[in-house]
Design a protein around this ligand. Structure first.
Ligand SMILES: *Cc1c(COP(=O)(O)O)cnc(C)c1O
Length: 432
């Protein structure tokens, strides 16, 4: 498969190059030249097949010419080595829990897949690769864990100081080895801008091999479609197509679901649920795309004003707003609505949701009110422990620390403060 830049001013590249570059030289996101439709038999027989075999069929068109089947299947089997249960919450509503991986947020799958692909491609070259990544909370931890100890790869993580939870901060600042963290005075969008600027800084890119591990990277973004397919597999062949509601920040996860739909996956509708950072819900309502500065919320992994992956969603629908609206809805919620939803889920159904999952639940309920009768699935994207103070205070309960988190609790946090791009650049140049 070849990939083109959505800015249209850079050459097409094969998968390996899209992965190693992260972003195209014209600052565009890479997009696959074709999105093949898998046959109905594939979608009807999901339950009879092993998960790594299904994953292989879904990912082969995108990576297959460069990673042979046996290697790609191994990579996928390792990537998917934990459960993705669909849990009953209330009649007609299920939570797809994506937080059972090593850092307890859904980003583990994309980070693990990307780390393994990059490892695979860099086996054949001696040059060290530096992975530069901006995080609104969970990407950093997932990427750090995915790449920890990987030979020939260094990871530098930028996060907004004071705007990630304590556990999130520990997950990205306590590992050491080939992982370093920069704490940025600013918002996630500032971190993301610094990363984008670094990729365009030719003095930097000629001195070192830089790549990104944000969901702009195709190897982070695309394997996320597996979540949706695994949910459909658990629903079984007799279920009507579900509505998926996805708590969205950078819109990579939901865009991957829409890619799976384009490959033939049954789905009644995609709902993007956001917090007060509501650029996309406003865009759907008004037709004009106008990001406002990001505001901090209790669902901080979604505090994104200008979601990078939204251009990919627009591309999937030929940039037609009516076409997009026929498959896609978007709703925004305040923190107090989010807390109310967490309380309701706990009191009425005994379900403990984190703030992101609760936003997803609200979006699902809102859509189903306007179009009832579909099975509803909201994605629960992080374990409640990652937002422990908020969840414990809202629900009046005590959460036990799972083993995945216990490991980072006693360690010292190490990070370097930065406030401007120049300092990021100096840090990178000093690291070679
Ligand atoms: C990253 C993240 C999101 C947002 O996902 P996008 O793909 O950026 O839309 C939602 N919830 C949690 C817990 C996250 O870590």
């Amino acid at each position: 498969m070849h990939y083109y830049s959505l800015n249209g001013k850079a050459p097409e590249v094969p998968f390996s190059e899209a992965v190693v570059r992260g972003i195209a030289p014209d600052r565009g996101l890479y997009f696959p030249k074709e999105v093949p439709r898998l046959p109905d038999t594939f979608w009807n027989d999901l339950g009879t097949r092993e998960i790594p075999d299904l994953a292989l069929e879904l990912m082969r068109p995108y990576a297959g010419s460069e990673i042979p089947d046996t290697d790609l299947r191994d990579i996928l089997e390792e990537t998917l080595g934990f459960p993705f249960p669909l849990v009953d919450v209330e009649p007609g509503v299920q939570a797809l829990e994506l937080y059972h991986g090593p850092t307890m947020a859904f980003k583990d799958v994309g980070a693990r897949f990307m780390a393994r692909c990059l490892g695979y491609f860099s086996d054949s070259s001696d040059a060290e690769v530096t992975v530069l990544v901006a995080t609104s909370g969970d990407t950093g931890g997932a990427v750090a864990r995915g790449f920890l100890g990987v030979q020939g790869v260094k990871v530098v993580i930028l996060y907004p100081e004071g705007k990630v939870s304590d556990i999130q901060e520990r997950q990205l600042t306590t590992l050491g080895e080939n992982i370093s963290a920069l704490r940025v005075k600013g918002s996630f969008d500032d971190c993301q801008d610094m990363v984008k600027t670094a990729f365009l800084d030719s003095a930097l890119t000629s001195a070192m091999r830089l790549t990104s591990a944000n969901s702009i990277n195709v190897a982070r973004w695309m394997p996320q479609m597996l979540y949706y397919v695994l949910a459909i597999r658990q629903l079984g062949p007799d279920s009507p197509p579900p509505v998926f509601s996805v708590p969205s920040g950078n819109f990579g996860n939901i865009c991957a679901g829409m890619l799976a739909h384009r490959m033939g996956m049954p789905c009644a509708r995609f709902v993007a649920a956001t917090n007060r950072n509501d650029t996309v819900p406003r865009f759907l309502a008004s037709g004009s795309y106008q990001p406002e500065p990001a505001v901090p919320t209790i669902s901080n992994a979604m505090d994104v004003a200008d979601p990078s992956n939204f251009v990919r969603i627009r591309e999937l629908f030929g940039d037609s707003l009516p076409a997009l609206k026929s498959h896609f809805s978007a709703y925004a919620y305040t923190d107090s609505q989010t807390r109310e939803a967490m309380k309701k889920l706990y009191r009425e159904y005994g379900y403990v949701a984190d703030p992101h999952g609760a936003v997803g639940y609200l979006g699902l309920k809102a859509y189903l009110e306007s179009d009832p009768g579909h099975p509803g699935i909201f994605l629960e994207t992080a374990h409640p422990i990652k937002f422990r103070p908020e969840v414990e205070a809202s629900l009046g309960l005590h959460l036990d620390i799972p083993p995945q988190i216990a490991g980072v609790m006693g360690r010292e946090k190490v990070s370097t403060p930065v406030s401007q791009y120049q300092e990021v650049r100096d840090f990178l140049l000093n690291s070679i």
